[in-house]
Design a protein. Sequence first.
Length: 260
Amino acid sequence: MRFGFASAGWAGRIPAVSDGADNLYDTARQVLDTERRLGGVFLPAGQTLPGESAGNEAGPGDAQDKAAALATLEADAKQCTRCGLCRGRNNVVFGEGDPDADLVFIGEAPGQEEDRQGRPFVGRAGELLTKMIQAMGLTREDVYIANVLKCRPPNNRTPGADEISACWDHLVAQLAVIRPKVIVTMGNPATKTMLDTSTGITRLRGRWQSLPMIGEGLGGTAVMPTFHPAYVLRQYTADVRGKVWSDLQQVMDALGLPRT
Ligand code: URA
């Protein structure tokens, strides 16, 4: 879902860097190209598709292309054996939601229920995330939800650095297709990974950050770190809940969503 963005300097995108490691991104781009050409519209350089504007704003055509590109990436992720987590998984939890979402939530890794269903945030923490999204006046279908890791670590332990780096290309390729305007990172592993920082969530939450140049079109994307819903469930105080809500309200303001 594309919102009327309350545009600010930090949302501007830095020109793409070439990161040759990202084969998945190339695959996604190929799919987008193919969709365009085989969809019956040959696109001369510099011209936009019907329903697509010249800037970063996407139209209905883009949403279909993005869905196809994400489906290709998901099929690829389902075959992934880049780290040992593939041996214990029941399902790869790629992510779900609107392929053309302005807003992406990123968590840590699938838990037991997510591994069972193959969907992100469908356990207890997921119920709270769903409520958070609804409190913003949105539904899960309006946003995109993903994790740093696509496979469940045993006993829900914290992801290892080797696992994060093995899974990284999947996430970058996914984000390079969606190109959200705002990313909400939930908890320490997601925040530290996305921002490439050792600073903890308690210091970073509630303060706008800028995504490093991790992939084409992604550098400079606005990032709002907040507490992980599982932490909120453990520390269910008015203070913690109030902090998360204030972080989400900043996101709503940035996206031009009404505070009701
Ligand atoms: N916690 C996460 O970080 N991700 C999920 O998908 C579920 C719980």
